[in-house]
Each structure stands twice: as C-alpha cells, then as structure tokens.
Write a protein that binds this ligand. Structure first.
Ligand SMILES: Nc1ncnc2c1ncn2[C@@H]1O[C@H](COP(=O)(O)OP(=O)(O)OP(=O)(O)O)[C@@H](O)[C@H]1O
Ligand SMILES: [Mg+2]
Length: 419
C-alpha cells in the first residue's frame, strides 16, 4: 500500500494506492525538471514492501535506496548482459526472433546498419547459432539440454560473434578458398560493370564481346580455384570482403562498449530484493540497448513462471522517454500490454506525456503529474481529458494530480493530492 497524501478538497480522504485493487500495477510519473520525479520514485520504492523483486534502471545515478544492491555498468564493469542469449519462449524466443530482436535493437541506436550489412550480420548469427547447436526450425534445440560436438551446450555471446566474424573474414581473405573468393568477387564486379554500361547502350558489340570474354576468364579462374564447393553460397551470405569487414568492425564497437561482457547481473543478484542498475556512465545508445535487454529478460522470466493474481516484480525506469518508442513490438510496450498477468509492474518517469507512446499512457492505471510547464498544459489536457486549469494549480513538492484506476470503479478522475 502506498499513501500519496490527502485529497485537497477533503483532508480526511487519503489517496491510497493498493496493488491488489488497481486494474494494473503500471505507473507513469510525469513532471518538469526538479518537480520531484526521482524523489517520488524513491518514495514509491521504499513503500513497496509487498514486492518480491524491484529493478531500478538508474540513468542519473541518483536513485539511492536503502537496502538496494547496486550494479555499476561502465567500460570496466565486471558485469555484462548478453543480447544474443537465445530464449526458448515460443512467442518471443527462438533463433529467428532473437536475431530479429538483436537487429532491431541495433537499428534503434543512432547507427543503423547499412542495407548490405544487415543481411550479412543476420547470416553470421544464423551460422553462429547453428555452430553452437541451435537450429532455426528445431525448437527443441533452443535450450541448453544435451551436448553439442561432445561439449555442454552454451549460448553464444557478443565475444563469440566477434571471433566468429573475424574468422569468416580471415577465411575470405587468406583461407583455403580465398583465391576462389577473389575470382568470384572480381567476376561479380566485372559483370555488374558490363551490365550497367550495356543498359546505357554505351557498348558496341565488339566491346560487349570483349567484356564477356573477361567474365568467362574470371569464371574459369574461379572453377580452377574451387576448394570447398561452398564458395558461391558463402559469398551470397557474406556479400564481399569489404562488407564483411564493415560488419566485423561494427561488432567490435558493440563488443567494446563494456556492457556485453562479464558476469550475469541477474544471476549475481538473484537473492536480492532491490537491484539497482546504475547506467549513468553509459552513452545513450548503450543505455538504450541495455534497457531493451534488461526489460526483455525480466518479462520473459516472468512469462516462464506463468500467470499470477497480483504484480510482485517491478521495473522502475527514470527518464523512460529515452527508451520508449511507438513500435508495438518494442519490449517496453509488450511488457506494458502483457506484463500484468505475469506479475510485472512498470513504473516510468518522464518530463511530459507527449514523449510517451499511446500504448503506455492508456495501459498505465496510475498516473502522477508532479507539475508541468505551461507549454504542455494544452496537449496534456486534451490527451488525458484533464481540465487545463487543474494543471495550473499543481504546487511542485506540495501537491500533484493523481489518477488511480481501480477494479470495479469507473472513475478515472485526476485527484488533487496534497503530500
Ligand atoms: N515532495 C517533495 N518534498 C520535498 N522536497 C522535494 C520533493 N520533491 C522533490 N524534492 C526535492 O527537489 C529536488 C529535485 O527533485 P528531483 O531530483 O526528484 O526532481 P526530478 O523531477 O527528478 O528532476 P530532473 O528531471 O532534473 O531529474 C531534490 O532536491 C528533491 O529532494
Ligand atoms: Mg530526476
């Protein structure tokens, strides 16, 4: 139970939030800078004695709470999350889905993959998973049961992906098939060049024949250099040495961020009730990837556990607008829409409602407005159906507007709450 304060118009009427009464346990906390979002998050966390597990994603490093175990993430952190750990969940897991999620996560950062890089990275991941005994069309292979090539199975990591792509690149560059790759690449270039000129009608018949001759020679060269017979397939998958190299470089950058290597923070904190991930030292892209991985992990673990009547696991995300987007398949949106039945409550804070996707606003039973700049009064008033005047009456640090949607109660009023 959480006692926010009293109703401004009836001081004997306390504004109480009861986990077992609310239609869902998600909360939104909105207020301009300095109005007390972080302060209120702390207060809420401290009052959640009924919760089994609380995760705090602390972007500013200022959500210190008594009894919390803090895990610091920075370049030299001893902890790391694994974005390519396979999940065996039928809806969200499996080889194909995990690869898709990883690619989407990378493309959400400020550095999208190039159109040629994306399929190469996808193929690298497929090959890496199958090299470790995880096969796309065989869901039974998606767990760690059994052995692969005489060893206990384990999920590949970003380090493995880095080593694997380096090895592939080396194969193309100097491996047994490298001469065949060279001939094939030159044949491709020559053929494309001929085709382009031919389409523009700038080749007479003599020129065209000469160019065809060159292609035939290169093809012969390729045939003579064949080593494995798989060279064409490899080149289709990995495009060219240059593209494979650029993908390898990208994986190197991802790997060097420091959040993808080291001990599993979830396992390490498995017995702790309040776990605070301090991600202040990470850059925006790293923070975003980190949040995606963490929320997905928590959601899937709860889903595995099955349905429960009330939320007992909470994720607090300060400055959450940095991590949300309108994609209905994004994990924060999925967790908001489906997390309730599995016992998850998301508590998100931001400076305004305009930054949040509608899915999040409409699926959060509790909304707390701590004071908004006039600039946002009109949009907030129409979005949330609040009298704009009421927004003007909020006194930061002294009062707030609070909406709590309870089961069996149709009222969705925002109440003036005095602390
Ligand atoms: N209800 C309150 N009563 C007393 N002090 C408060 C209250 N709310 C916030 N404060 C104080 O006001 C200051 C700013 O609060 P806080 O850091 O929580 O704001 P914020 O909304 O998180 O700001 P930012 O967006 O800049 O992170 C802090 O020193 C905090 O202790
Ligand atoms: Mg704050």
């Amino acid at each position: 139970m959480l006692d926010f304060g009293f109703n401004k118009f009836d001081k004997y009427n306390r504004i109480i939030w009861d986990n077992e009464k609310v239609t869902n346990s998600h909360m939104m906390l909105v207020g301009s800078s300095g109005t007390g979002k972080t302060h209120t998050l702390r207060k809420i966390i401290e009052s959640f004695d009924f919760a089994k597990k609380i995760f705090i994603i602390d972007v500013h490093g200022d959500i210190e709470v008594d009894g919390a175990t803090t895990i610091e993430f920075n370049e030299s952190s001893e902890f790391g999350v694994n974005p390519i750990k396979l999940d065996s969940d039928r809806d969200f897991g499996g080889v194909r889905k995990n690869i898709r999620n990883f690619i989407t996560m990378l493309n959400r950062t400020s550095r999208k993959l190039g159109t040629k890089q994306e399929p190469v990275l996808i193929n690298l991941l497929y090959d890496l998973y199958s090299a470790n005994g995880f096969y796309t069309d065989n869901p039974q292979s998606w767990n760690l049961n059994g052995e692969h090539r005489g060893r206990a199975k384990r999920y590949p990591t970003v380090q493995d992906l880095m080593r694997f792509s380096k090895w592939k690149y080396g194969q193309m560059l100097t491996g047994a098939s490298s001469k065949a790759f060279n001939a094939l690449e030159r044949l491709n270039k020559e053929y494309q060049n001929m085709n382009r000129k031919n389409l523009k009608n700038i080749l007479d018949e003599g020129d065209l024949n000469k160019k065809k001759e060159v292609c035939v020679e290169l093809y012969k060269e390729y045939i003579n250099e064949i080593e494995t017979g798989g060279e064409i397939e490899e080149l289709i998958k990995y495009d060219s040495k240059d593209i494979l190299k650029s993908v390898y470089d990208r994986i190197l950058t991802i790997e060097s961020s420091g959040i993808f290597k080291g001990k599993d923070p979830f396992w390490h904190t498995r017995d702790d009730k309040i776990v605070r991930f301090n991600i202040k030292a990470l850059n925006k892209d790293e923070q975003q990837m980190f949040v995606d991985i963490v929320v997905e992990h928590i959601f899937l673990e709860l889903k595995k556990r099955g349905e429960v009547p009330f939320a007992d696991t909470f994720v607090f995300i300060d400055e959450a607008h940095n991590f949300t987007n309108d994609d209905g398949d994004h994990i924060i949106n999925i967790a908001i829409k489906e997390g309730r039945k599995f016992g998850l409550g998301e508590v998100l804070s931001s400076q305004s409602f305009t930054h949040f996707p509608e899915d999040i606003i409409s699926n959060s039973a509790t909304k707390i407005i701590l004071g908004l700049d006039e600039m946002y009064h009109k949009s907030t008033s129409s979005k949330l159906m609040i009298d704009a005047k009421k927004l003007g009456y909020i006194t930061p640090h002294k009062s707030a507007l609070i909406q709590i949607k309870n089961k069996g109660n149709t009222s969705n009023r925002f109440i003036d709450c005095v602390f």
